[in-house]
Design a protein around this ligand. Structure first.
Ligand code: NDP
Ligand code: OXD
Length: 317
């Protein structure tokens, strides 16, 4: 029995001590992403982020794959993960709380005109501005799963009007619910700040485009619609977001994710004054927390218990 750890862009020393303390006395193998094709028949579980396509052939006896994050597109899109293999996504209070912080922070930065305050400070200008209240602003959250439902609660507590859109209908106290493509336009028409917390699937690919953005409310107190995307970059068309931020279709945006990551150095996004950019860091998976999560599931699965938070391969999330 052995556990394989494969985290694109990270170093063994960042991860292996966590595995050694969570699963002591076991063999832990670090995958260096160096094109090695040697077979690893003893590996029975693996934790991965951005695996190489060749990996799944090397670990033919693996019983489950754990995603380092909540999203699993980086695994499913590697193209070679066998259909029968359980893929487990990460669900953890720490990750969820971090996303709630990011969403609240970005909504408040737009509500409290932080770009303008920053520009005024840099220019040495002491000038108060009119201040809309949170309860005058309608925030619409796309995706009411673990991240979206928690973020809705945080925004409600601050005082925003909150609506949510997901594939299936939900009940969340104080949140106006919309479900399915047939209700998307009505949801967008009542949204001043749109927060995307959707996974990347064939159904959500390039959903946020020019036609979509033109359906957002234009009568809100913030003076134009705002987009916050902390779901996946592939849910948007970058070039069309850029155009919308330039031609006034969008007043502003906060983008944590892009179609191409890292965001290339020559990208015009970097210098847009009405766009807050973060480097796919809205909710970071704390290493000891995510390793403890996987280790607990590995122990219980070896003891015959079912895995939790297994991805529905048909839906893609
Ligand atoms: P969940 O699986 O718990 O929730 C996904 C939500 O999206 C569900 O409400 C689901 O609807 C909805 N959804 C999926 N497809 C559609 C569709 N076609 N139409 C409408 N709604 C849809 O995931 P999490 O909340 O845990 O995470 C969401 C995503 O956030 C992750 O997949 C990842 O991409 C991203 N993420 C980004 C991070 C970052 O740092 N930027 C960190 C963590 C996550 P239903 O409830 O009806 O199934
Ligand atoms: C995740 C992420 O999916 O960090 O958890 O993007």
């Amino acid at each position: 029995m052995a556990v394989l750890v494969s985290v694109k862009g990270d170093k063994a020393e960042d991860w292996m001590p966590h595995f050694e303390s969570a699963l002591p006395g076991e063999t832990h193998i670090w995958d260096s992403h160096d094109g090695d094709v040697s077979l690893l028949p003893d590996v029975d579980y693996a934790m991965v982020w951005g695996p190489q396509a060749s990996l799944f052939k090397r670990i033919a006896n693996v019983k489950a794959i754990f995603s380092l994050g909540a999203g699993v597109d980086h695994i499913l899109n590697a193209g070679t993960v066998p259909a029968h293999l359980p893929v487990v996504r990460y669900v953890g209070d720490d990750l969820t709380a971090r996303m709630g912080e990011y969403v609240a922070m970005q909504c408040l930065m737009h509500l409290r005109q932080h770009s303008l305050m920053d520009a005024q400070q840099k220019a040495g200008i002491w000038q108060q501005q009119p201040q809309p209240a949170a309860n005058e602003v309608r925030v619409g959250i796309m995706g009411l799963g673990v991240m979206g439902a928690h973020s809705a609660g945080v925004l409600k507590a601050i005082g925003f009007q909150v609506a949510g859109w997901s594939r299936s209908a939900k009940h969340i106290d104080g949140v106006k619910i919309f479900a399915g493509m047939e209700n998307l336009d009505a949801f967008l028409a009542g949204t001043d700040i749109l927060v995307c917390l959707l996974p990347h699937t064939p159904d959500t690919f390039h959903l946020i485009n020019t036609i979509f953005l033109k359906k957002l409310a234009r009568n809100g107190v913030l003076g134009g619609p705002i987009l916050i995307n902390a779901g996946r970059g592939k849910c948007q068309i970058d070039a069309e977001i850029l155009e919308a931020l330039t031609d006034g279709t969008l007043k502003a945006a906060s983008l944590d994710v892009f179609e191409t990551e890292p965001l290339p150095a020559p990208s015009p996004f970097w210098s847009l004054p009405n766009c807050f950019i973060t480097p796919h860091a809205a909710a970071w998976s704390d290493r000891s927390a995510v390793v403890a999560y996987a280790a607990n599931q590995i122990k219980s699965h070896r003891a015959g218990l079912p895995l939790l938070n297994v991805v529905d391969r048909q839906r893609g999330y």
